[in-house]
Design a protein around this ligand. Structure first.
Ligand SMILES: NC(=O)C1=CN([C@@H]2O[C@H](COP(=O)(O)OP(=O)(O)OC[C@H]3O[C@@H](n4cnc5c(N)ncnc54)[C@H](O)[C@@H]3O)[C@@H](O)[C@H]2O)C=CC1
Ligand SMILES: O=C(O)[C@@H]1CCC=N1
Length: 283
C-alpha cells in the first residue's frame, strides 16, 4: 500500500477545498488503499462537506486552519482566484507544521504560492484534468527544490490515484500541460460534438450518431494507448488508398487542422501565462 510503504506511518492528507477535484482525489486515494482516517477536508460550504461525508465517509471541517494544523500532506484544491487569500490565512499553521504542500490550482506559480504561505516550504504543483473524476485523469507535476525524493513519491501517488502522471523538467512547461491535457478533454468533446452533428445532418438517427461517435472515440483512444503503433500509423491503416477516409482527411488537412490546433494550443499557453501573472501580482 502506497500510504504506508512510501509515506512512513499513516500520514494524514488534508484537503483545503472539498469540490470536484478534491472529491475525485479523495475517492481515488480510498480506492488505492488509503484509510478513511488518513483523509480530512475543509470547506466553508456545508453542502460540499455533507456530500463528501455521505459519499466517501471521511471527516470534513469548516475550518481550514484546523486541517492545516494536523495534515502531513496539504492539498490545496480551491479555485485559483481564491488561493492567494486562503494560502495567506494558512501561513501560521503551515509554518508550524511544515507539511508537504500539493497545489492543484491552475495557473498559480510555486514562487507565488510559497510567498503567500510564508516561504521555505516543500511544494509540488500539479495540473490534473477533469477525467480525474472517473479515475482516467492525466496530470503534469513539478516540484520546488525543497521537495525530497520521498515527498515526490508521496505527491505522485496522490495524483496517480486518479490517472497517469508526468514530471516536468521546468515549471514553465506547466502552461503547455494546461493547454494540452488540462484543457484537452474539451477539444476532444468539441470534435465529438461536431462529428455527431454532421452525421445527424447527413440523416443518421441522433441516438445512433451519439453511440457511434462515442464508441469510435473510445476505440481510437484505446488502440492508440495500446501503443503497438504510432497514431499516425494507425491513421494510415484506416485510410485505404482511393477510399473514404482519404477524402475526409484531405478536407481536414486542406482546411488547416494542424495549424489550427497549433494556434489553439498557443492561445491556451498564452492565457495560462497571463493568468499566472495576474494571480502572482495579487496577495
Ligand atoms: N475541474 C477541472 O477540470 C480542473 C481543476 N483544477 C483545479 O482544481 C482546483 C479545484 O477545482 P474544482 O474542484 O473543479 O472546483 P470546485 O469549485 O468544485 O471546488 C472548489 C471548492 O473550494 C471551496 N472553497 C471556496 N472557498 C474556500 C475557502 N476559503 N476555503 C476552503 N474551501 C473553499 C468551494 O466551496 C468548493 O467546494 C482549482 O484550483 C482548479 O484550477 C485543475 C485542473 C482541472
Ligand atoms: O479552462 C481552464 O482555465 C481550466 C484549466 C484547465 C482546465 N480548465
Amino acid at each position: 500500500m502506497a500510504s504506508t510503504s512510501t509515506h512512513g506511518a499513516h500520514p494524514l492528507i488534508g484537503f483545503i477545498g472539498a469540490g470536484n477535484m478534491a472529491r475525485s482525489l479523495a475517492s481515488g486515494l480510498l480506492k488505492n488503499g488509503w484509510g478513511k482516517n488518513q483523509i480530512i477536508l475543509s470547506d466553508p460550504e456545508p453542502s460540499q462537506r455533507q456530500a463528501i461525508e455521505s459519499v466517501l465517509g471521511v471527516k470534513t471541517l469548516a475550518d481550514n486552519q484546523a486541517v492545516a494544523a494536523q495534515a502531513d500532506i496539504l492539498v490545496l484544491a480551491v479555485k485559483p482566484q481564491a488561493l492567494g487569500e486562503v494560502a495567506a490565512a494558512l501561513a501560521p499553521s503551515v509554518q508550524k507544521k511544515k507539511p508537504l504542500v500539493v497545489s492543484i490550482a491552475a495557473g498559480v506559480r510555486l514562487e507565488d504560492l510559497d510567498r503567500w504561505l510564508g516561504g521555505g516550504l516543500p511544494i509540488v504543483r500539479a495540473m490534473p484534468n477533469t477525467a480525474a473524476l472517473i479515475g482516467s485523469g492525466a496530470s503534469g507535476l513539478y516540484a520546488n527544490e525543497r521537495v525530497s525524493e520521498a515527498m515526490r513519491n508521496q505527491a505522485e501517488s496522490i495524483l496517480r490515484a486518479v490517472g497517469v502522471t508526468v514530471w516536468l523538467a521546468d515549471e514553465s512547461l506547466m502552461d503547455v500541460v494546461t493547454a494540452l491535457s488540462g484543457s484537452g478533454p474539451a477539444y476532444f468533446f468539441l470534435v465529438m460534438e461536431t462529428l455527431e452533428q454532421a452525421a445527424i445532418e447527413s440523416g443518421l438517427d441522433p441516438k445512433q450518431a451519439r453511440l457511434l461517435t462515442l464508441e469510435t472515440a473510445f476505440g481510437a483512444a484505446k488502440m492508440a494507448l495500446e501503443g503497438h503503433e504510432e497514431p499516425s500509423q494507425l491513421r494510415r491503416r484506416v485510410t485505404s488508398p482511393g477510399g473514404t477516409t482519404e477524402q475526409a482527411v484531405k478536407v481536414l488537412e486542406q482546411g488547416g487542422i494542424r495549424p489550427l490546433f497549433k494556434k489553439a494550443i498557443e492561445a491556451a499557453v498564452n492565457r495560462s501565462r497571463e493568468i499566472a501573472d495576474m494571480f502572482g501580482k495579487k496577495a
